[in-house]
Design a protein around this ligand. Structure first.
Ligand code: NAP
Ligand code: GDP
Length: 316
């Protein structure tokens, strides 16, 4: 019998595919991994969620499933982000409790942190003030995951915890121009600009700053948390503060990766969103001082290469 049955929700997405790749490479012979998407169960439905847990009887859960989107999808659908993610998270954590799951690791996001805060942000700041207006629905739903983790622990002694990633990117991202995040949007726009010999358009001023984490690095952190970290309090998963870059700098890396030589323009009619959300990875570094993040430029090159190779089937 497998020593652990590890259920991964949201396995068809950006982070889920990375967890799958790392898990298969690092596979502990005793573990059984089960990777599910919305095709296996709509986690907004309590009945479907319970049936999924009944079927697979997980001992451990990596909970990644969520309604996800970049700045512009968040601006348009704040209410949907709140309702959908509240339902999914309540159903998944309750199913974990009912089925006696030993450890559940969920994903929050650094956009759940307060907007007006002193930098760098750390894990203790999560509930210190309102999030940025642009994504308040998503942010409050993510904060409630932390509230539920604490509640299941204090009332039922469960070990449900969370990782707080900064902006993630990599293969299998959502490259849709309207709905996706900045990095995949820039990769897609760079591809089209080169192919159609048109200007490469960066939305906003390019001055906002972000810490980008490669999905495969995040996957390694999540799997480490699942195996080794037994505390309920969240753990920021981020590159260092010194590795924060502007959207302009990230776009320039995308341009280099595509070998695009044309004109670059800024569409300042588009929102800049939150200026920055610089997070400290001191807690992660305390546990994993030697963890090596993939250099951003290299990770962007790999993502661009993946997108070009998989253009026909990529989400876009
Ligand atoms: P993603 O690529 O959009 O994938 C989302 C996953 O959730 C997909 O597998 C999707 O399944 C599944 N899902 C969505 N609604 C569902 C439902 N009602 N029932 C069952 N499954 C459902 O997202 P991601 O970027 O990998 O994000 C994974 C986690 O990381 C999320 O919790 C997200 O908030 C967090 N995170 C992401 C970022 C980022 O920059 N991307 C940053 C910080 C935190 P289908 O494919 O079947 O639709
Ligand atoms: P956020 O980090 O949660 O704010 O979300 P995003 O990943 O969507 O990043 C938004 C920032 O990138 C804003 O400053 C946007 O103006 C800028 N940006 C530049 N080009 C794009 C693009 O093609 N798509 C997206 N989503 N944002 C872009």
């Amino acid at each position: 019998m497998a020593s652990k049955v590890i259920l991964v929700t949201g396995a068809s997405g950006l982070v889920g595919n990375a967890v799958k790749k790392v898990a298969l490479e690092e596979r502990d012979a005793g573990d059984k991994w089960v990777f599910v998407s919305s095709k296996d169960a709509n986690l907004e439905s309590e009945a479907e969620t319970m049936a999924l847990f009944e079927k697979h009887k997980p001992t451990h859960v990596i909970h990644l499933a969520a309604m996800v989107g970049g700045l512009f999808r968040n601006l348009a659908f704040n209410l949907d982000f709140f309702r959908c993610n509240m339902k999914i998270n309540d159903n998944v954590l309750h199913a974990c409790f009912v089925h006696g799951v030993k450890k559940c690791v969920s994903c929050l996001s650094t956009c759940a942190f307060p907007d007006k805060i002193t930098y760098p942000i750390n894990e203790l700041n999560l509930h210190d003030g309102p999030p940025h207006d642009s994504n308040f629905g998503f942010a409050y739903a993510k904060r409630m995951l932390d509230v539920m983790n604490r509640g299941y622990n204090s009332q039922h002694n469960c070990t449900f915890t969370s990782v707080i990633p900064t902006n993630v990117f990599g293969p299998h991202d959502n490259f849709n121009l309207q709905d996706g995040h900045a990095l995949p949007g820039l990769v897609h726009k760079g591809y089209l600009a080169k192919k159609e010999n048109k200007p490469f358009v960066i939305w906003g001023t390019g001055s906002p700053r972000r810490q980008f984490i490669y999905s495969l690095d995040l996957a390694r952190v999540i799997i480490w948390v699942l195996r080794e970290y037994d505390d309920v309090s969240p753990m920021i998963a981020s590159v260092g503060e010194e590795d924060e870059v502007s959207i302009k700098e990230a776009a320039e890396m995308v341009v280099r990766a595509h070998g695009f030589k044309g004109k670059i323009v800024y569409d300042t009619s588009k929102s800049d969103g939150q200026f920055k959300k610089t997070a400290s990875n001191a807690k992660l570094r305390k546990y994993l001082p030697d963890f090596k993040f993939t250099p951003t430029e290299k990770a962007i090159q790999e993502t661009v290469d993946w997108f070009i190779k998989n253009y026909e089937t990529a989400r876009k």
